[in-house]
Design a protein around this ligand. Structure first.
Ligand code: AMP
Length: 398
């Protein structure tokens, strides 16, 4: 995967009409449809402002929700509230088109002047968006002269507005995607060593590709969270009632053998905090890594925290995806908090690959001490898997 892609700063946008794919998939109140968190709109502002300041006419597009699953989706999932909020944040008029590639969109796009901004209606209102239909992509592209992609959360999907349009327009990244490519792409392509990867979360099966890819690149891989127990089982430990991916025991064995062969230091929890059931109760300590039959592993123990933190201390690059335990429960958040602390204290380039570990770092107040917190959940995982991301592959090479 080539991460060395042109960004909006590598091209001349002056006087050009720019189609900008944003991630305006914002959470909304179910009853009132009020936007409950506008951080995705705020995150789009630097690229929008850059384009406006540099003389472009900006045509924004985005999806919102899953119209296929909503009956009166045209009312429920309209981007009109986003246009309003975007206007408030930019302190300027945001023109809104009531369709995506229809008459209203085309007329408003044609009339758009440099320094003005237009938001098209939800791209997923047209089923051809998710099918990456070339006709739909061509129509969307016909309104602009340049395509700028800035919705990192959707780059793993080959949809018309995330990848298809690039067949018809010169395509570059916006500032958000550029940062993801520079930092996360840089870490994978040419990491400052030692390169330590920390993986956690519930299931081994969700992270198969990530483990496999990181075994090719990392010096140390730390595995915690629920997924660690399938590895421990494969090593012959008793794991009680802990999470187990029965079908993945052989895979874990293979990965441990591969780590050995490649000289990768694979670290697993050596002690655990447990509970008799999945509940926020006073933890019991399983000191030797064997979990009693009537207990389940809910968090890593103090010896594991020390072992993992030590590995992070002298790292050059740390990538973390997935909590070390059930961090939503106060009794079982210590391992996850300690890892966030270890990343915050380290001089390494520290990257949190989206999802729950990003939420944990923010919840426990470490976010501003991390080099980069990726904005895409599924996209970050596929990034770490080394998969080709359609929304990145379609951009012009540097
Ligand atoms: P993921 O989406 O795969 O990153 O998993 C995140 C979820 O894994 C969080 O909701 C955690 O509560 C959960 N998790 C972490 N450790 C454990 C564990 N030991 N047992 C059960 N669930 C866990």
């Amino acid at each position: 995967m080539n991460y060395n892609k042109k960004s909006v700063k590598d091209i001349d946008v002056n006087g050009k009409k720019v189609l900008l794919r944003c991630d305006f998939n914002v959470p909304q109140d179910k009853a009132t449809r009020a936007i409950t968190d506008d951080k995705r709109i705020r995150a789009a502002l630097p690229t929008i402002q850059y384009l406006l300041d540099n003389g472009a006419a900006v045509i924004c597009c985005s999806h919102l929700g899953k119209p296929k699953k909503v009956e009166n989706f045209r009312e429920v999932l309209t981007l009109a509230p986003v246009a309003k909020r975007l206007g408030e944040l930019l302190n300027m008029d945001v023109i809104f088109a009531t369709d995506t590639i229809g008459e209203d969109a085309k007329a408003k796009a044609a009339a758009l002047k440099p320094g003005q901004i237009l938001l098209l209606e939800n791209t997923r209102f047209d089923p051809r968006e998710e099918k990456n239909d070339p006709e739909f992509a061509k129509e969307l592209a016909s309104m602009a002269e340049i395509f700028v992609s800035d919705a990192f959360g959707t780059v793993h999907r080959a949809h018309a507005s995330t990848a298809g349009v690039a067949a018809y327009l010169p395509a570059v990244s916006g500032m958000l995607i550029q940062k993801e490519l520079e930092i996360m792409g840089g870490a994978l392509a040419n990491p400052k060593r030692p390169f330590v990867a920390i993986l956690g979360g519930a299931k081994v099966s969700d992270k198969l590709g990530v483990i496999n890819n990181l075994l090719e690149k990392a010096d140390t891989i730390i595995i915690g969270g629920g997924m660690a127990y399938t590895f421990k089982k494969a090593m012959g430990y008793s794991i009680g009632k802990s999470l187990l991916d029965e079908e993945k025991i052989d895979y874990c064995r293979d990965m441990m053998a591969k780590a050995k062969e490649k000289g990768v230091n694979l670290l697993l929890p050596v002690d655990n905090m447990t509970a008799p059931e999945f509940a926020d109760v006073e933890p019991q300590y399983s000191e030797d890594g064997n979990i009693p039959d009537d207990q389940m592993g809910m968090d890593i123990g103090p010896k594991s925290i020390a072992l993992f933190s030590e590995a992070v201390k002298d790292a050059g690059t740390v990538v973390w995806n997935g909590p070390m335990g059930v961090f939503e429960f106060d009794h079982f958040n210590k391992g996850t908090v300690a890892m966030a602390q270890a990343l915050a204290d380290s001089n390494a380039i520290t990257i949190i690959g989206g999802g729950d570990s990003a939420a944990a770092a923010k919840k426990f107040g470490f976010a501003d001490k991390i080099t980069h917190i990726s904005t895409g959940g599924g996209a970050s995982l596929e990034f770490l898997e080394g998969k080709e991301l359609p929304g990145v592959a379609c951009l012009l090479d540097k």
